[in-house]
Design a protein around this ligand. Structure first.
Ligand SMILES: NC(=O)c1ccc[n+]([C@@H]2O[C@H](COP(=O)([O-])OP(=O)(O)OC[C@H]3O[C@@H](n4cnc5c(N)ncnc54)[C@H](O)[C@@H]3O)[C@@H](O)[C@H]2O)c1
Length: 309
């Protein structure tokens, strides 16, 4: 039996719940949010939707104990409207949420894989791992997965190809020190310093295009959800199946003694082998800077959200 929990049913959580039910990825779905009316409404809506399906998902509401034998827990709590004010505005707010949520998850005996979406992603993932006291391989954040996807798309658009032809990763910190690691980026095996499909690609322009995609989505919708949910569904399929997926996710990296967004393989155990690619020294230094910034945020969270200013 495939069992998944989602904590936080805002833009992301409710779209994910719908997609899991509609694509028959889950037998039991545990839905938890601080807003009781929201979860009751969502359950009714999803059950109505199932009248058009030949599959059935059992939906369980507001029951932390039901997470005990869940395979995966997706955390998508927060208040994404705060991002309009400041990129890191959710830090202390979501730190408090971790202190409310983690003891209840821990008490359930949950021992599956956590996929964290809540921001600031790397620091909240690290804090969740500490508060849940689960092995680091089992607590993964979406990290710079979407930034990586946007980078690949920017390259693909400029080269007039589809993004499946592009490989490479964005490292570091999703809402902060993002490192577009050009040393890792290739188009069908070709480096970017060569002409690609007749186009000479300008890295500065590519970065602007990738960031603009995020800006347009946020300005138009006030949130972004489709890309995140689609990638999380891929990760869920990988964890529940036998495959491996490479993604730049928030993982514990021993070489930085902490969490940072770093390319790695995901598999049924959660985090598999990290991809140790040869970065340019300047990229390597920037990843270290990002890891330090994440560590500083983690320290703020560990102190209960109190900053010195
Ligand atoms: N890393 C990424 O790529 C990425 C992309 C988009 C959004 N995000 C982040 O994901 C999170 C969710 O985004 P969203 O747009 O769905 O947010 P949202 O504001 O629409 O919804 C958040 C939900 O979490 C619930 N919640 C808050 N605190 C809770 C608690 N203590 N216990 C239970 N439920 C709680 C709220 O009631 C709300 O329903 C945010 O932190 C957002 O910044 C990350």
């Amino acid at each position: 039996m495939r069992k998944i929990g989602i904590i936080g049913l805002g833009h992301i959580g409710r779209l994910l719940a719908h997609d899991l039910v509609a694509t028959d990825k889950v037998d039991q779905l545990v839905l938890i949010d601080q807003n009781d009316e929201l979860v009751v409404g969502l359950k009714a809506d999803l059950e109505n939707a199932q009248t058009a399906l030949s599959t059935r998902t059992e939906i369980i509401l507001q029951d932390y104990a039901a997470l005990k034998n869940a395979d995966i827990l997706v955390t998508a709590f927060g208040d994404s409207s705060l991002l309009e004010k400041q990129q890191m505005a959710e830090l202390t707010r979501n730190g408090k949420a971790v202190r409310e949520i983690a003891p209840q998850v821990k008490q359930s005996g949950f021992d599956g894989i956590v996929l964290n979406i809540s921001d600031p992603n790397e620091a909240i993932t690290a804090y969740l791992q500490q508060q849940l006291a689960l092995p680091t391989k089992q607590v993964i954040g979406i990290g710079t997965t979407i930034d990586t996807a946007r980078m690949r798309q920017a390259v693909a658009k400029a080269a007039e190809l589809s993004s499946q032809n592009v490989s490479g990763f964005v490292y570091g910190q999703h809402n902060g020190e993002k490192i577009f690691a050009w040393s890792t980026v290739t188009v069908n095996g070709q480096d970017l310093d060569k002409s690609i499909n007749g186009h000479h690609l300008d890295q500065n322009q590519l970065r602007i295009t990738a960031d603009l995609d995020n800006w347009y989505t946020f300005k138009g919708l006030g949130y972004n959800a489709s890309a995140v949910v689609t990638w999380i569904l891929q990760m869920i399929s990988t964890i529940l199946g036998n495959g491996e997926l490479s993604a730049s996710v928030a993982i514990y990296q021993p070489r930085y003694s902490g969490y940072v967004s770093f390319p790695t393989l995901l598999n049924r155990n959660g985090q598999g082998h990290p991809l140790l690619l040869n970065l340019y020294p300047v990229e390597e230094a920037a990843v270290k800077t990002a890891a330090n910034a994440i560590q500083q945020q983690l320290t703020i969270l560990q102190q209960g959200g109190k900053t010195n200013d």
